[in-house]
Design a protein around this ligand. Structure first.
Ligand code: ACM
Length: 696
């Protein structure tokens, strides 16, 4: 059998994209395919344990959901799994996650040294299952794979908005599906303390709205993650971001109470008293209790955004600082960290903190999580600390997948470090802060963009072609639904609620052409609190419009007939939207907010239809029409109701193909090319260049 070797080469991937994300290290495709029918069965050899058995069961259950066909009894195994060695039950940093997968027309073989490697390989095989001309199949392929970075994480903030166990678990399933291996659980903040403490029960009782995880639920989630090869790292953010602690234990604060859990967003004054011994006795007991719940050796103490005024205004704290020669807030914070680090060691834990904890005298085994910019990642590594990158991977900004994808932990200063120092950069973590995210829509904010970031963490650095990523992301986004994620269905459900009893279809059309703004666009739009319902259109709309992206590539493919038909169909739907959405908008206040946006999209559709006609009928657009159209799009491009109309983008591209964007920037677009000295000439020149006949 002849193999074509693809060393994760993206140009080769582009020709026939395998629906893999993250892309594997080495992929060699060959002729033929393995049929996947109801007789599919698995056999194991070598080492096996409860984690492996459970993973095979999950794989087979998902296979049945994926294909819609039930499996029957079969004694001829289609998939042979060989796991070579016993490994620890609980996943560990730097463990062997490599695997080899060999699929031929007669069967598949999956081999790995560890059970974790087998888990990763099963996800790859599942991604490869797809429909072919003769039914379900996997293409014949040989894969050798292992991760680039050992630390590949997702942080979810469950303090700002409560995320029940079911939500956490389905996101863990999604993480496993794209080979992530660290779940960073942000469990406490000003707005909530989310874990039951038997030792200090007022933490969860007074420090939450009644929503917290019982200790048995914590154990359940840790076991769920462990079964999927995911480490769970708890974060208890101290000494700032601690208002919720003080609701039940005001004596921990640096200023007298009383305190109540915070409902607003931001950085608040309350901070733990760093100079009272009672603070450390309390932390000693609590860390001891929590350390027993979380088996991972790493324990996150936050450390970010200490506001500082409570420390500055406290006579006793200032007197302590003078007596101990601690100059300013930075050294007080460093003192606090060194005390906490010792407590963590006592309970068998290694400290992780956000980059503010990187101060003189920090224990050398501390891991630094960089959120304020990648230079601190390089600084930490240069000073001998292991570090992980989160700056650039903040999912709450709702930026395009391509933007995150372009950021590499070894970019910039980190990339220039000597190998020994660069080797301390363990990987990265995406962060899902939850000010503007609820349990209902968190999947729509994490997925599918998380899959693109997972590829950045797992795949070779050379895998960085954005077009290929998007092509595969569309496929993987659909596949992720079979792992239980609700990023697609949640959006539809929420739109149905907004439509009320009316036909939800026009709302779906508007949503597909829209993009929700992230934290930067929302924090000043209105006064949000943790009590503000997140049930408006902006909350239902995804961060990135897959539909607008497809239409933009259709524009690039014109005059291709299919591309033209797609564009005409979309623009026609849009142009009819205002009238179609009217009945729903009249009966519901949630829908009423959308009328102006529906009118705008109708306008975009009409401009698009006209522009398409100009292009395909090879007629020139008048400069006046182009100017008017662009002015309309300039207006429509501005966000309304915290939502952008992404549908503007393909129409802009279309206008750019038929003429200059506006008279105002004609000279810029025209430059010094010959025969290019007036608006009309510019139009003529562009049409000639594109091979169109000039009639004007
Ligand atoms: C952070 O974003 N304050 C870690």
């Amino acid at each position: 059998m002849k193999f074509i070797l693809i060393l994760a080469s993206i140009s080769a991937v582009r020709g026939a994209p395998l629906p893999l994300m993250p892309m594997a290290q080495r992929v060699a495709q060959s002729q033929g395919e393995l049929k996947i029918d109801s007789t599919f069965a698995v056999a194991t050899s070598g080492y096996s344990d409860f984690r492996l058995d459970a993973a095979i069961k999950r794989f087979l259950e998902r296979l049945q959901r994926q294909t819609g066909q039930a499996l029957t009894q079969s004694d001829r195994p289609t998939l042979a799994i060989e796991c070579r060695e016993r490994a620890s039950d609980y996943p560990s940093l730097g463990e062997d996650e490599s695997y080899e997968l060999d699929v031929t027309t007669s069967g598949a073989k999956l081999q790995a040294r560890t059970v974790t490697g087998i888990l990763r390989g099963l996800e790859t095989l599942s991604q490869l299952i797809g429909p072919g001309p003769n039914g379900w199949r996997v293409p014949a392929v040989k894969i050798e794979d292992r991760p680039r970075f050992a630390w590949r994480g997702l942080m979810i903030d469950v303090a700002r908005h409560w995320m029940p166990v079911s939500v956490v678990e389905r996101n863990l399933a999604g993480m496993a599906a794209v080979k992530l291996n660290v779940f960073h659980w942000h469990l406490s903040d000003d707005q909530g303390f989310r874990v039951e403490s038997k030792r200090y029960p007022r933490l969860h009782q007074n420090g939450s709205d009644g929503n917290y995880y019982s200790q048995s639920e914590i154990r359940q989630v840790v076991a769920y993650a462990r079964d999927r090869g995911i480490r769970v790292i708890p974060e208890f953010d101290i000494p700032g971001h601690t208002t919720a602690w003080f609701a039940g234990y005001p004596e921990l604060a640096s200023a007298p109470g009383p305190y109540a859990i915070e409902h607003k967003w931001g950085v608040f004054k309350p901070a733990m008293a760093p100079t009272r011994e009672e603070t450390y006795t309390f932390l000693d007991n609590l860390i001891g209790e929590m350390a027993a719940l979380f088996p991972d050796p790493y324990f996150h103490i936050g450390g970010d955004e200490v506001e500082g005024s409570q420390w500055k205004n406290s006579a006793s704290i200032q007197a302590f600082a003078r007596a101990h020669r601690l100059a300013g807030q930075g050294q007080l914070h460093a003192y606090f960290n060194s005390r906490v680090s010792k407590l963590l060691k006592k309970h068998g834990k290694i400290m992780i903190g956000w980059d503010e904890v990187l101060t003189d005298g920090l224990s050398p085994d501390t891991v630094i999580q960089s959120w304020r910019g990648s230079p601190s990642l390089a600084e930490a590594a240069a000073k001998g600390y292991r570090s992980i990158l989160s700056s650039g991977y903040y999912l709450d900004h709702l930026q395009p997948a391509g933007l995150h994808y372009a950021i590499d932990p070894l970019d910039g200063k980190a990339g220039a470090l000597p190998p020994e120092q660069a080797g301390r950069i363990l990987g990265g973590e995406a962060c899902m802060w939850a000010e503007y995210v609820s349990a209902e829509n968190v999947d729509t904010r994490v997925w599918p963009r998380m899959a693109a970031i997972a590829e950045r963490f797992w795949s070779p650095r050379e895998v960085r072609d954005t077009d290929s990523m998007y092509e595969r992301l569309d496929l993987v986004s659909r596949w992720l639904e079979w792992s239980g994620l609700e990023h697609r269905s949640a959006s539809r459900r929420m739109l149905g609620r907004i439509a009320g009893g009316a036909n939800p279809e026009p709302f779906r059309i508007l949503a597909d052409a829209s993009e929700a703004l992230g934290i930067e666009g929302r924090r000043h739009a209105q006064q949000y609190t943790s009590l503000t319902p997140l049930n408006r259109f902006v909350d239902a709309v995804p961060p990135e419009s897959e539909f607008a992206r497809h239409l933009a590539s259709d524009v690039a493919r014109l005059p291709d007939a299919v591309a033209e038909a797609e564009l005409r169909s979309a623009f026609s739907q849009w142009s009819a939207l205002e009238i179609r959405i009217q009945p729903g908008a009249e009966s519901s206040s949630f829908a009423k907010e959308l009328l102006p946006r529906a009118r705008d999209l109708s306008m975009v559709g009409s401009i698009g239809l006209r522009a398409l006609d100009f292009l395909v009928k090879r007629q020139p657009a008048s400069a006046d029409w182009l100017r008017e159209a662009n002015l309309e799009l300039d207006r429509i491009e501005k966000p309304v109701g915290e939502v952008n109309l992404a549908g503007v983008r393909p129409v802009r591209l279309l206008l750019a193909r038929i003429g200059p964007q506006s008279v105002a920037n004609t000279s810029v677009r025209c430059g010094n090319e010959p025969g290019c000295n007036s608006t009309t000439t510019v139009l003529n020149w562009k049409f000639q260049r594109d091979g169109f006949k000039i009639t004007q």
